[in-house]
Design a protein around this ligand. Structure first.
Ligand code: K2U
Ligand code: ZN
Length: 165
């Protein structure tokens, strides 16, 4: 297993739309294992393949009280309720903000053998799944924020890059 580099905003590769997994093979197994290792290394509770520059529809999640979860070709089939969720992102350091999310979701996904699985999620698990599926669609939580907040973030990143060079 290996720790892979996590892409950082505003890297344009974070905007690519991931393609569905078609081969349930050893490559996919290694990818999922590396994603867990990369997520743990960065103290995350979720990670999308997009974030390590692999544009396949795969997500890993590990939240207290929920088993180590991986989702292949996840599709939200139903949502109910709305809430404001406080979010951060391993690809957008320095920023925590509130994002509108569905309170409860129903989801179809597949396991490593390509067998379909249905999941219902609420609370932090529902938030994390929505956050990660956004990544697979090239969307970041900063996209829900005001343009003023986004421009302030870009200015801070540019300033830090200048100081670091
Ligand atoms: O996609 C990512 O960058 C992983 C996120 C997942 C996440 C975002 C928002 C809310 C819950 C999960 C990282 O785990 S960000 C770090 C983090 C850790 C605990 C709680 C919130 C955010
Ligand atoms: Zn994220």
């Amino acid at each position: 297993m290996s720790v892979r580099e996590i892409l950082k905003f505003p890297d344009k590769r974070l905007r690519k739309v991931a393609k569905p997994v078609q081969k349930f093979d050893d490559y996919l197994d290694i990818l999922i294992n590396d994603m867990f290792e990369t997520m743990y290394h960065s103290d995350g509770i979720g990670l999308a393949a997009t974030q390590i520059d692999v544009h396949l529809r795969v997500i890993v999640i590990d939240i207290k009280d929920v088993e180590k979860l991986y989702l292949i070709n996840p599709e939200i089939t139903q949502t109910s309720g709305t809430m404001e969720s406080k979010e951060g992102c391993l690809s957008v350091p320095y920023l925590i903000d509130y994002v509108p999310r569905a309170e409860k979701i129903s989801l179809k996904s597949y396991n490593r053998q390509g067998k379909p699985k249905l999941i219902e999620a609420t609370g932090l698990l529902a938030v994390c799944i929505q956050h990660e599926i956004d990544h697979l669609d090239g969307k970041l939580f900063v996209d829900y924020l005001s343009s003023l907040k986004r421009s302030r973030l870009k200015k801070k990143i540019n300033k830090d890059a200048t100081l670091a060079s």
